[in-house]
Design a protein around this ligand. Structure first.
Ligand code: SF4
Ligand code: URA
Length: 245
């Protein structure tokens, strides 16, 4: 079965293509600059016997980061995961997509977004001319699967934050896309409602950030697919402007 067959079966139609007509231009405004770096600091939650990395994530290179995440027990998700999922893609990508956390298939395979939501994400990427691994990096707010695919707890996201923070520093993307509420809240350090936060340009330490629906939500809520489509067009325009400027 091809990806298009699967999407068709789910009522999602073929791979999305970018239409030439642009939707109503969302009001581009830079939201209040993200709060001070200090507010991103995690409260390390004891989880059995947490294994503190020998050096801080903020000083790690990619190999050290990968090793630290693979061995991490900084929160309780480390106790139930099969494997931690660092992220995948081009480590110098202009585009960074951030999801919530690994699901069952990601936990098995060690790669983000490889299940049904991942197939939709790949279609969304294709719609704006992107391909996994090619100028795109995909990561999650938490690196270990929450049991039963529950939403990560704030303290779990906080414990895991230094890894994503370091990934962003190393990648230095030109645009960050937060997929869903947990990713948006982790990155923006504030309560987020997707309906209110989408269609606007946010800022993460000087990097433009766009919030959109999580693909797993779109699989359940087809009417919002049209809004996600607008968000994709907005992302594309924002990247073009960012490259031009
Ligand atoms: Fe460590 Fe993050 Fe996994 Fe928690 S979710 S154990 S902080 S890698
Ligand atoms: N959902 C996510 O948020 N991340 C994944 O990696 C898979 C599903």
């Amino acid at each position: 079965m091809t990806r298009n067959d699967i999407l068709r079966e789910m009522g999602l139609g073929p791979v999305w293509r970018l239409r030439t007509a642009t939707p109503a231009t969302p009001v581009a405004e830079v939201a209040a600059a993200s709060t001070a770096a200090a507010e991103h600091l995690p409260q390390n939650v004891p989880a059995g016997e947490p294994v503190a990395p020998a050096i801080a994530p903020a000083a790690m290179d990619w190999d050290e980061l990968a090793a630290a995440v693979a061995a991490c027990r900084q929160c309780r998700l480390g106790e139930t995961r099969k494997q931690a999922v660092l992220g995948v893609g081009d480590r110098h990508a202009d585009w960074l997509f951030v999801g919530e956390g690994p699901g069952a298939e990601e936990d098995e395979r060690g790669e983000p977004f490889v299940g049904q939501a991942g197939k939709l994400l790949d279609s969304m990427l294709a719609a704006i001319g992107l391909k996994r691994g090619n100028d795109v990096y995909i990561a999650n707010a938490v690196k270990c699967r929450p049991p039963g695919n529950r939403t990560p707890e704030p303290e779990e996201a906080a414990a895991c934050w230094p890894y994503l923070e370091r990934q962003i520093e190393l990648i230095r993307p030109k645009l960050i896309v937060a997929l869903g509420r947990p990713a948006a809240q982790t990155l923006l350090q504030t309560e987020v409602k997707i309906a209110a936060a989408r269609g606007r340009l946010h800022d993460y330490r000087g990097i433009p950030l766009i919030v959109t629906y999580h693909p797993a939500y779109l699989l359940r809520t087809l009417p919002d697919k049209a809004l996600a489509w607008e968000d994709l067009c907005f992302m594309k325009r924002t990247m073009q402007a960012s490259r031009a400027g």
